[in-house]
Design a binder for this molecule. Sequence first.
Ligand SMILES: *[C@@H]1O[C@H](CO)[C@@H](O)[C@H](O)[C@H]1NC(C)=O
Ligand SMILES: *[C@@H]1O[C@H](CO)[C@@H](O)[C@H](O)[C@H]1NC(C)=O
Ligand SMILES: *[C@@H]1O[C@H](CO)[C@@H](O)[C@H](O)[C@H]1NC(C)=O
Length: 338
Amino acid sequence: MRCSSLAGALALAASGVDALLRFSCSQLVVERLDPLVNPGSAPSPHLHQIVGGNAFNISMDPKTPPPQIATCTTCTFAEDFSNYWTAVLYFRARNGSYHRVPQKPNVGFEQANGGMTIYYTPYVGSTKSNVTAFQPGFRMLVGQQGFRTKAQASQFRQLTYTCLKDPMTRSGETMDFPTAPCKAGIMANVRFPTCWDGKNLDSPDHMSHVAYPASGTFETNGPCPATHPVKIPQLFYEVVWDTTKFNDKALWSADGSQPFVWSQGDATGFGTHGDYVFGWKDNALQKAMDANCASCPQLKTQTIAVGNKCSRESQVKEPFDGWLDTLPGGAMAGMKAA
Ligand SMILES: *[C@@H]1O[C@H](CO)[C@@H](O)[C@H](O)[C@H]1NC(C)=O
Ligand SMILES: *[C@@H]1O[C@H](CO)[C@@H](O)[C@H](O)[C@H]1NC(C)=O
Ligand SMILES: *[C@@H]1O[C@H](CO)[C@@H](O)[C@H](O)[C@H]1NC(C)=O
């Protein structure tokens, strides 16, 4: 598990050794769009929750990167117009109806209106390793929405869940959904690969241009493979799903199986995935990575309250809240009838 090294990194940050960029991005919009995997499709097959710059759109041309279009961002680093998104978590009741699970911010990011906590880690511990920031037009995907088994999901190294006993729980990550109620919610952890081929801003599967270290891990400073020699920052999303009002097992299906399902119809959790479209202004991210700064006075910041104001209406008009007979887009959860 990676949790020990993450805890180490957090401890370093807390002890005043600047190591990683960690910040809050409020929710921009929830809608069935996916400009990376399904550009031009409105709606896309399943629902997403999106944070970042307001250039997020049905299609996003890599030749006009977000800083050229966006007028605001939901992130506290005001020069970050990137977009970060994941699927949306639903609760499936005993009678087969679905209800969207609300998100809640991490401790310290209380006003963030749900959203996500985003990390860019340039190196871990005391071993300095130079990273090259993402380039304009860069985008990537991690995870496969269609995966339903551990064997499949093992292709990815660091897509996990933390069953929050309290908001600060950071141990006991699992690759599938927690099987018992989680007192303080479920945190989805999405860590991207950290090596780049140095050439392609994207690839047909949105993944082959990046790779994991050839040996060891990013956290142990493992070397990148020859095919993907350029070390990039580790991008990491934490999304806290506030499952607490669905914790009463009397609401769960009669066989006691866990009731949560991703918006693409995944009741296993192995289909977790995250999407990224780079959109930092100029070389702001590279500057921050070079400085190994956490609070980064050299970057422009805005308050969470200002970030919260950058939101917009869904372009795809459809219900996704309240009790629904089907998931938006109609994906089947593949669960036994209750
Ligand atoms: C989104 O794309 C549409 C065309 O598909 C365009 O009319 C609109 O201005 C775009 N919005 C933003 C915020 O870029
Ligand atoms: C299904 O169950 C939920 C939770 O008990 C309830 O609120 C909802 O109204 C029910 N839906 C239908 C269609 O009966
Ligand atoms: C990082 O880059 C600097 C400047 O390019 C170089 O001098 C240094 O040796 C590099 N450090 C590592 C650990 O690669």
